[in-house]
Write a protein that binds this ligand. Sequence first.
Ligand SMILES: *Cc1c(COP(=O)(O)O)cnc(C)c1O
Length: 302
Amino acid sequence: MSFTPHNLKIDKLKNLYQHQQVAVSVLRADLVHPIISGNKWYKLNHYLKAAKNTGKRVLLTFGGAFSNHMIATAALAQQHNFISVGIIRGEKPAALSPTLQDAQVFGMHLFYVSREDYKSKIIPIEVRQYFDEKETLVINEGGYGEAGKWGAANLLDSVEGTAYTHIAVAVGTGTTLAGLVTASLPHQKVLGISSFKNNNALQPEINDLLPNRLQNQFTIFHQYHFGGYAKYTPELIQFMNRWYQLTGIPTDFVYTAKLFFGLNNLIEMNYFKKGSSILAVHSGGLQGNRSLKKGTLIFTGF
Ligand SMILES: *Cc1c(COP(=O)(O)O)cnc(C)c1O
């Protein structure tokens, strides 16, 4: 499997931050695949390889009703002839979210567990009845783990990167950020914008994925969550539409809108020295915008 999809490209945002003398380029990983978008495609690659190499038949993972990771796992599993199983947090909703509907279309077997059981990450007994544990590769929620990190590091494989002083990315579990820290050059600073409110576990969890010399060699911003994970405000929606008008780049409200909002805010507050050159990684996730009311956004990007 190739790690550099042919449709990965970099958009240079010319003249946007002339006043601050900061250059921003966007690595459009949202374009790699319409469903398995962005960082999910990369993060799952090494899991898939591991599953093939160890003769597994089943990919099992965890997520919420709007999980980009879930849908990506389902789609990738179907593509590569694996059975996929999704353990979903919370009771089965009366109406399935578009994400879960799609996951089912990709053949994923969905099981719903209570929030308490979900936290413990115990695989329900009925799942064990159907799927032999020996044949199952269990992938953490969000693809968190070493394999996810190494996959995410491949995001920079095709990037001629020496000119960038900073690399910025949206953060959920921080696995993608850990991959970027791994693949970055010594003079580069890696910045993450967290989509969660007060996720204090993030820093140690990312450090767990990194060797000593790379631990804490990154900065996480916690003030751009807009109320928390998957929460948004009219201000964020307005920003998404304005950002699209300015740059032609669609964003998702869960992750990348918060990334670009935060980045834009930091630039306007002169966080970056003159002459800085930022590579912002667009990690995809646009399918998640389907949960917004029609007409909320002036673009679909999906
Ligand atoms: C899942 C996801 C993230 C978060 O990635 P982590 O590796 O968990 O930090 C960021 N952006 C998008 C679009 C995602 O779908």
